[in-house]
Design a protein around this ligand. Structure first.
Ligand SMILES: Nc1ccn([C@@H]2O[C@H](COP(=O)(O)O)[C@@H](O)[C@H]2O)c(=O)n1
Ligand SMILES: C[C@@]1(CO)OP(=O)(O)OP(=O)(O)OC[C@H]1O
Length: 161
């Protein structure tokens, strides 16, 4: 059996004075500000987790990791992704491929694409070439275009049996 899942997430940028690092796909990406959130606000990994949970019929990340739970304050999203993968594996699922898109003007993702694949693919049990990482601007339109925050979308295919 194969199943598809999609995920979407948004985080606003914190003020530069907050000193938050910008975490994307488990990497600290050089930028003048980070994203705000209860966790480390890794918007791309959050979209990926929601896609995986959706494909497996396991709800969403807010159900698994409530943002009211102090346990997840500053949480490393890659650790949460590993927990999601453990749930999928317990259900007999494996990931076939994943496609993750960042939506925003800056930072440019292109210089970090390969390192992001290398960081996250093993967590998914994938070869790097089966995890696609991409980005688009919104042509300066909307909240991402104004640089108020970043959005991410992910699509995954999983199979079992
Ligand atoms: N944050 C981003 C946004 C875009 N890119 C790269 O630029 C290409 C062109 O973007 P358009 O929105 O004008 O289509 C896009 O395909 C990405 O390769 C990026 O690296 N980081
Ligand atoms: C992973 C969590 C944990 O608080 O991270 P947040 O930083 O709150 O991010 P969000 O995408 O708003 O919701 C997901 C949460 O479950």
């Amino acid at each position: 059996m194969i199943r598809v899942g999609q995920g979407f997430d948004v985080h606003r940028f914190a003020e530069p004075e907050a000193g938050r690092p910008l975490m994307l796909m488990g990497l600290r990406v050089p930028h003048d500000r980070g994203l705000a959130g209860h966790s480390d606000a890794d918007v791309m990994v959050h979209a990926l987790m929601d896609a995986l949970l959706g494909a497996a019929g396991l709800g969403d990340i807010g159900q698994h990791f409530p943002d009211t739970d102090p346990a997840y304050r500053g949480a490393d999203s890659v650790g949460l992704l590993a927990a999601v993968m453990a749930d999928l594996r317990a259900g007999g699922w494996r990931v076939v491929n994943a496609d993750v898109a960042l939506i925003g003007e800056r930072p440019k993702l292109a210089p970090h694409r390969e390192a992001m694949r290398d960081r996250i693919a093993p967590v998914l049990g994938l070869a790097p070439q089966d995890l696609n990482v991409k980005a688009t601007t919104t042509e300066r339109l909307g909240f991402t275009g104004r640089g108020e925050g970043l959005a991410a979308q992910a699509v995954v295919l999983i199979e079992r049996g």
